[in-house]
Design a protein around this ligand. Sequence first.
Ligand code: ACO
Length: 320
Amino acid sequence: MKMRILGTGSYVPERIVTNDDLAQIVETSDEWISTRTGIRERRITEGEGTSHLAAEAARRALDMAGVAPEEIDLILLGTSTPDNCFPSGACEVQGAVGAVNAVAYDISAACSGFIFALNTAQAFFEAGIYKKALIIGCDVLSKIVDWEDRSTCVLFGDGAGAVVAAAEEGDGFRMVMGSDGSRGASMTCPSRTNDNFLTGKKPEAGFTSMEGQEIFKFAVKKVPECTGKLLEENGLSKEDIRYFVLHQANYRIVEAIAKRMKLPIDRFPMNIEKYGNTSGATIPILLDELNREGKLEKGDRIVLSGFGAGLTWGASLIQW
Ligand code: ACO
């Protein structure tokens, strides 16, 4: 069985925070942020959490697909910022949209979360276990960055993207995923679990920290490597691909990848300027924008590729 995308949806909070706005909070400038990252503004929630954003994106994807929530048998939410330890964000989305016949759970793979969720759904389709899935990537990084740390807070934003996919007769594409837990220290955010039984202290919030240049080098090496493997395993060449929809962490990363892959930059659509890095949500938000702008035609092959904390990376192939 293969996977067909029936509908896409996305949702970002209304509040726009520009680089100039951030310069009021930390010592930074529009010039520094935009030349190094390509980001000009991002959306920040006014209290709403991951489940709210994810459910909105899910409703839009279901609406476009013309699929009733009861038809969905699998909900996967790629997130590293769930509102609660439990219940999972996916279960909250299930409750919010009324997908009463689905099994729902979260997948934690940081910025690779949506790719890991999409590939997991595809594997279930191929095994004949589930037939219609709601796959979501959603993060609210604004809740886990330190707003006094200029080296991280300027990079991120909040948002959600979703697809509704169905199993269809035919051979599915091969997929690629990987992780390297020995390099986890290069990007971390501690959870609230701690030894409070021993210490008697209340848990404190942890914040995101990262070795920016390590992540840069990792992304520029891994994405060409894993998309190359993806194409090879599917017997395709770079020329067979309409778009490479990559995780939007930094426009310089995408440019360096395009150069390394010897492909023109217009095959790598970007929207980081408007949203910053929304972690697990960047790929499905961008896919939804391309779809709604009419840029995807029937038969187009699209490579999706993400990379993130863990370290984790992966690539998926879809045909429109
Ligand atoms: N405004 C102004 N100055 C700043 C800011 C800021 N927001 N942040 C850091 N600086 C300063 C630093 O203090 C440092 O000053 P110093 O030289 O006086 O010590 C100087 O700028 C250079 O700092 P670096 O951290 O070395 O900056 P770098 O050139 O590496 O750029 C960046 C940082 C943009 C994060 C870069 O490393 C990068 O692109 N990394 C890719 C990783 C990435 O984008 N991660 C996002 C999330 S990860 C993911 O999605 C998987």
